[in-house]
Design a protein around this ligand. Structure first.
Ligand code: 5GP
Length: 144
């Protein structure tokens, strides 16, 4: 997949938004959905996706949608920080396969970083157990 292309309405995040695919939700309103990454690069790895858009990446998001969406990204990041108290946080977003993007519905990663933690590989490995993810989601949601 390149930087440019047609939005696939059946990408996995679009399916989650339609309730056709499960995810462990952290936050949801009319602007965004946040859920736990199933292949976390660190404990508490959370994804925030915009609703009601056909943006494959950040470049395609309509300007009027950016503000409300980024507010949700910040709100969820603040809750992750309060709940898990990492020493650092990475807020990451990839555009196009060469940049590391693997799912083509715009999303921001919120990645807690602990002192000395080198993290795990991106979008790979064994899916994390739903119960484990749910416990983290509950902790984060308590601050939302
Ligand atoms: P990207 O590589 O596009 O920046 O990020 C996609 C993210 O989605 C990756 O971090 C990957 O682990 C995550 N992911 C892939 N498939 C699933 C899934 O089925 N459920 C959840 N919750 N996350 C997924």
């Amino acid at each position: 997949m390149t930087l440019h292309g047609t939005y696939d309405k059946d990408n996995i995040f679009a399916k989650m938004l339609r309730g056709e695919m499960p995810c462990v939700k952290v936050f949801e309103d009319d602007v965004a959905l946040a859920f736990m990454d199933i292949f976390p690069q660190a404990e508490g790895h959370t994804l925030v996706i915009p609703k009601d858009v056909k943006a494959r990446n950040f470049l395609e998001l309509k300007p009027k949608k950016i503000g409300p969406y980024m507010e949700r990204v910040q709100t969820v990041a603040q809750a992750v920080e309060k709940a898990l108290k990492p020493e650092g946080l990475r807020i990451i977003q990839f555009n196009g396969a060469p940049a590391g993007q693997t799912v083509y519905h715009l999303h921001f990663h919120i990645l807690p970083v602990r002192e000395g933690d080198t993290g795990r590989a991106h979008a790979s490995g064994t899916p994390t157990d739903t119960e484990e993810l749910q416990a983290l989601a509950d902790k984060i949601a308590a601050y939302l």
